[in-house]
Each structure stands twice: as structure tokens, then as C-alpha cells.
Write a protein that binds this ligand. Structure first.
Ligand SMILES: *Cc1c(COP(=O)(O)O)cnc(C)c1O
Length: 223
């Protein structure tokens, strides 16, 4: 069995059944994705549109493509026709653009609201306050071509496990809070996407139900 296939099986065996595994394949060659596919993996996460489009062309059509990186508004139209889930809806402007492209395409696009709780300034997303202001405004209720399916967040890149735990817990609490307050009648609002290779176990302990694992499956990325 290939190393990639073994890693896929190892993650599937160790994750609780209700936790989905998004195999983050950015910067890895199509052959590597094919190995993961042959091992049964169907959800793949990519973070760059110009990389995702040619990969999609070369791989089976039953793959569910998740977009996980910062998405520029001028590139939304290229992925809207096929993307299964955008984890990184990180601004009102982007949300409006996704809705408008989806409407033209006659599709409803699934999105997660990206929360910024980490200390790094470089990470994007809504702060908890910004998200609550946006949801309270109600303007998103008119966006009929987007389905909000939950939240995504990243913890700070640190060795301080207590801090990572605290950040994951605050993402999960916000998920629970807004689910109850705004999305109680939306059964598709059910994803809390947290955890990468180095912190997925803690993310699951804190209530993640999709982990985004790249290096742990495919090895180090060569940029
Ligand atoms: C690259 C990336 C991952 C995967 O990171 P690994 O450390 O390789 O597991 C997860 N989430 C996002 C948003 C990413 O950009």
C-alpha cells in the first residue's frame, strides 16, 4: 500500500465517525491525489483557483472539491459551477460575490463563515464581533444562492496548547451560538471546520467535525 493510502486509512481509523476528513492537496501533484482517491478519499481541499481548475480536469468527477484558502472576488466565478463547499467566506464583499455568481449559474453554493480568532494578523476572517454584527443586520437573508453550512477557523501557530484549545473552544462556542440564534431552521448549518495536521486531535476534542489535513496525508509541501 502507498504511504498516502496508509495515511488516509490511519486518519479514517482515528477520527470519530461523525468527523469528516478534508484531504488538503494544495501543492501536491495529481498523482498524489489519485493515490488518495484510490484509497477511498473523496473530499479534497485546495487553496488556489489556478491550481484547482487543472487538477479537477484530470481527476474523477465524483470528487467533492472544497475551497479552503483566501478567495479573491475576481476568481469566484471559476469555482462556483462545481465547488462543494467554500470554507473561507471571510468578508461581506466575498459573500455577495459568491451569491451573485451562484445565482447566474443557477446553483446554491455551500459556504462556511470564516472566523478570525488567532493572533496572527495575516489570517483572514470575521472577528466574532464582526460576524455578529453582520448576522444581526439580516442582509444575508436575501442571499438565496448561498447556503451557510457552518463556520471555519484556525488556531494560532504556537506551541501553547492551552491557547490553541481556548481558540478552538471559542470557535465552537460561536458556532453553537449562531446556529441557535440564526440558523436553527437550517439543517445544513452543521459544520465546524477546525484542525490541521498538527492540531487536528485537539480540534476534534473541542468539537470540530471537519478536519483539514494536508501534510499528515501527503507529506511536506514543496513550494
Ligand atoms: C494548508 C492548509 C491546511 C492544511 O495544513 P497542514 O498543516 O498541511 O495539514 C488546512 N487549512 C488551511 C486553511 C490551509 O490553508
Amino acid at each position: 500500500m502507498s504511504a498516502i493510502a496508509e495515511n488516509i486509512q490511519k486518519y479514517k481509523a482515528s477520527l470519530p465517525q461523525e468527523v469528516e476528513l478534508c484531504a488538503v492537496s494544495k501543492f501536491h501533484a495529481v498523482e498524489a491525489l489519485k493515490e488518495a482517491y484510490d484509497a477511498g478519499q473523496r473530499i479534497f481541499g485546495e487553496s488556489r483557483v489556478q491550481e484547482l481548475l487543472p487538477k479537477k480536469e484530470q481527476l474523477p468527477s465524483d470528487i467533492e472539491w472544497h475551497f479552503i484558502g483566501h478567495l479573491q472576488t475576481n476568481k469566484v466565478k471559476y469555482i462556483v459551477p462545481f465547488v462543494s463547499l467554500i470554507h473561507s467566506a471571510d468578508s461581506v464583499k466575498l459573500i455577495k460575490e459568491i451569491n451573485s455568481c451562484a445565482q447566474k449559474e443557477g446553483r446554491v453554493v455551500n459556504c462556511l463563515l470564516q472566523l478570525h480568532v488567532a493572533q496572527e494578523e495575516t489570517k483572514s476572517g470575521f472577528t466574532i464581533d464582526e460576524l455578529e454584527v453582520y448576522l444581526e443586520s439580516g442582509e444575508w437573508r436575501n442571499l438565496t444562492s448561498i447556503c451557510f453550512c457552518g463556520v471555519m477557523g484556525m488556531a494560532s501557530y504556537t506551541d501553547d496548547e492551552a491557547q490553541i484549545r481556548e481558540e478552538f473552544i471559542s470557535i465552537r462556542s460561536e458556532f453553537d451560538k449562531i446556529k441557535q440564534k440564526y440558523f436553527a431552521d437550517n439543517t445544513k448549518f452543521r459544520y465546524c471546520s477546525m484542525g490541521m495536521s498538527h492540531d487536528y486531535a485537539m480540534a476534534v476534542e473541542c468539537g470540530s467535525n471537519i478536519v483539514r489535513v494536508g501534510t499528515g496525508i501527503f507529506g511536506e509541501r514543496i513550494y
